[in-house]
Design a protein around this ligand. Structure first.
Ligand code: ATP
Ligand code: MG
Length: 573
């Protein structure tokens, strides 16, 4: 065995979920630093072990061992240091799925600096927001979509023309002042000495600022400390079920927290290599071909990806190496679960988490999945469902998902916090205190628990519709609607109504076959279809056909935007 898990977890094998829940623990070493204590330790003991396999659509490929990665991260740390980056400096990384991300992130960890990964799809307004929120002093970025030009403009506009800027893969015409990261890296010294004393980062220092997806409002800047990577021992080991010497692929570019859920921390501690596919445009067929070609053993993606997979001819691909598939990020419609199982024989294991947390509710290896349910709480996470008065809900009763946390925001008592738990929304105490108070962290999501202890997602608390005394979660109605062949995608929202409080509205994108059949008749048909599948009071009284749904950059439906646009539908009393 060549993994490092036993340095952090005294017992890894469990007989049942109950055994796991009760007896699993993580030991957090003092001054743990992922870059030194995982990457460099592998480099010393098994330098030939593969850290990652990277490829793109143009036939380029890069395989990096831990021996090489230690060298590259040392060089990058020295390079950053030469340009003034030090403990506590924030550096933005907009590297999409370029392998340089896997060098820069640990290099910043080595310095005790703060990495601020961000998606490459940002517009000027988003960039200014991130620059101002994070107080970043530098960036390493790609030029895709003219990102470098947009950055130049944004920096000019906020009066920071002297910002430290590194490009990877060249610049757009007209970009000014960008340094060539790869050229400078090649010249940089390969020996970096681990800082000690006051220069070393402590466990509770800021290590990473990730922005949330912005589904409910402006993206929140979530701060994680140096103990955070250890929380993902749970994510990778027991939800994704990665194996020593396997090849794990999580579909997520480096701009989203899902990237570190699935492409570095937990995976490497468990000894699995990670697969990075740097594609320009998502194509389900290409992705499945890469999974087959490289022999991916475990796979993680959001529901939409599986929705696209099942539309392809899955028998064309050789998935003989693929052993385990998990899904998270949005609710999984049972329909997708069943089809995927029918085609591949594999059960999709669902997980639930947030940028603020790790995967804290999941269908774990000992459990029989219940399609549509997220699963059960992972160890070290005291998950409860509570009502508006703060009372724990009964079986079957809907309430908010909360995490019991004995510490208050700002606590440096890391061992008392659930592993992987965030520090707070940086520079926004008001938001932090809104969600984390009186012994609980409030997730803002609503769910219910069944008699077997499985948790079922209902919707974001803000998205729950209250109509004639009923509470209606959008997910259930959406799942019912999507089973109709006319519906490609849909979003359920509430429209204010003087009599009922709110009425259910469906905003629907029609499938190709039904595109030109939008009519009142079809609306009736969809309403009847919903009434047949779910409790009739949940059927959408209003249906609107659209070509597009408002989404976050990461592809989540923004129901809040539909609600805002529907303000005009509000009937006067
Ligand atoms: P913002 O907080 O900025 O509004 P966001 O909450 O979408 O955006 P993320 O942290 O990326 O940002 O996503 C976490 C959210 O995704 C959860 O709070 C939940 O609403 C949703 N989610 C994650 N996993 C699941 C799942 N298995 N089923 C249903 N919803 C899920
Ligand atoms: Mg959120």
């Amino acid at each position: 065995m060549t993994n490092l898990i036993h340095h952090f977890v005294p017992k890894t094998e469990f007989e049942s979920y109950e055994d796991f829940k009760e007896n699993f623990e993580i030991n957090i070493p003092d001054n743990f630093n992922f870059a030194f204590d995982v990457i460099d330790r592998y480099a010393e003991t098994v330098p030939e072990k593969v850290a990652f396999i990277w490829c793109d659509d143009d036939g380029n490929e890069k395989i990096m061992t831990f021996g090489e990665l230690k060298k590259e991260t040392d060089k990058a740390a020295n390079l950053f240091k030469k340009h003034g980056i030090q403990k506590g400096s924030a550096v933005i990384l907009t590297l999409k799925s370029h392998y340089t991300f896997w060098i820069c992130l640990p290099a910043l960890h080595k310095l005790g600096a703060i990495a601020v990964p961000a998606t490459h799809m940002l517009k000027e307004r988003d960039i200014i927001y991130r620059l101002e929120k994070s107080g970043a002093v530098g960036i390493v970025g790609i030029k895709e979509g003219g990102l470098d030009l947009i950055f130049d403009e944004a920096l000019q506009n906020i009066g920071k023309p002297d910002f430290l800027k590194f490009n990877v893969g060249g610049n757009s015409d007209g970009a000014v002042g960008w340094l060539d990261f790869e050229a400078e890296l090649a010249e940089s010294s390969p020996d970096f000495v681990r800082p000690t004393g006051a220069e070393a980062a402590t466990l509770s220092d800021d290590m990473l600022y990730y922005f949330s997806s912005g589904t409910t409002g402006f993206p929140k800047m979530v701060a994680h400390n140096f103990a955070y990577p250890l929380g993902h021992i749970l994510t990778a080991g027991y939800w994704q079920n990665v194996s020593d010497n396997g090849l794990h692929y999580t579909m997520a570019d480096s701009g989203w927290a899902k990237c570190v859920w699935g492409k570095m921390y937990g995976q490497w501690i468990w000894g699995t290599s990670v697969f990075i596919y740097d594609y320009d445009r998502f194509d389900a067929g290409n992705m499945m071909a890469k999974i087959a070609e490289y022999g991916v053993t475990t796979f993680c993606a959001p529901p939409t990806t599986y929705r696209f997979f099942i539309k392809e001819d899955l028998s064309k691909y050789n998935f003989s190496t693929l052993q385990y598939c998990v899904v998270a990020g949005e609710p999984l419609n049972p329909e997708v679960y069943e089809k995927f199982k029918e085609f591949t024989g594999m059960q999709l294991m669902e997980g639930y988490g947030q940028t603020e947390l790790i995967v804290c509710i999941a269908t774990l290896p000992w459990m029989t999945p219940k399609p549509g349910s997220m699963g059960k709480p992972v160890p070290c996470y005291d998950i409860k469902i509570i009502d508006r008065e703060g009372k724990e809900c009964d079986v079957g009763e809907e309430g908010e998902i909360v995490v019991g946390v004995s510490e208050n925001p700002g606590s440096e008592n890391i061992s008392k916090l659930p592993p992987g738990f965030f520090k707070g929304y940086k520079f926004d105490d008001e938001k932090t205190n809104d969600s984390w108070h009186d012994g609980y962290y409030h997730t803002g999501d609503t769910a219910w628990k069944d008699e077997d202890g499985y948790l079922w997602f209902v919707g974001r608390t803000d998205d729950i519709i209250k109509s004639s005394g009923y509470k209606i979660g959008p997910f259930e109605v959406e799942s019912a609607l999507i089973q109709h062949p006319a519906v490609l995608e849909c979003a359920i929202t509430g429209v204010p109504d003087p009599v009922r409080g709110q009425v259910v509205k469906a905003t629907v994108i029609l499938t190709k076959e039904y595109k030109d059949k939008a009519s009142d008749e079809l609306k009736k048909e969809l309403q009847n279809h919903t009434k047949k599948i779910t409790a009739p009071y949940k059927y959408p009284r209003i249906i609107e056909f659209v070509d597009e749904l408002p989404k976050t950059i990461s592809g989540k439906i923004r129901r809040v935007e539909i609600r805002e646009e529907d303000e005009h539908l509000k009937k006067e009393e």
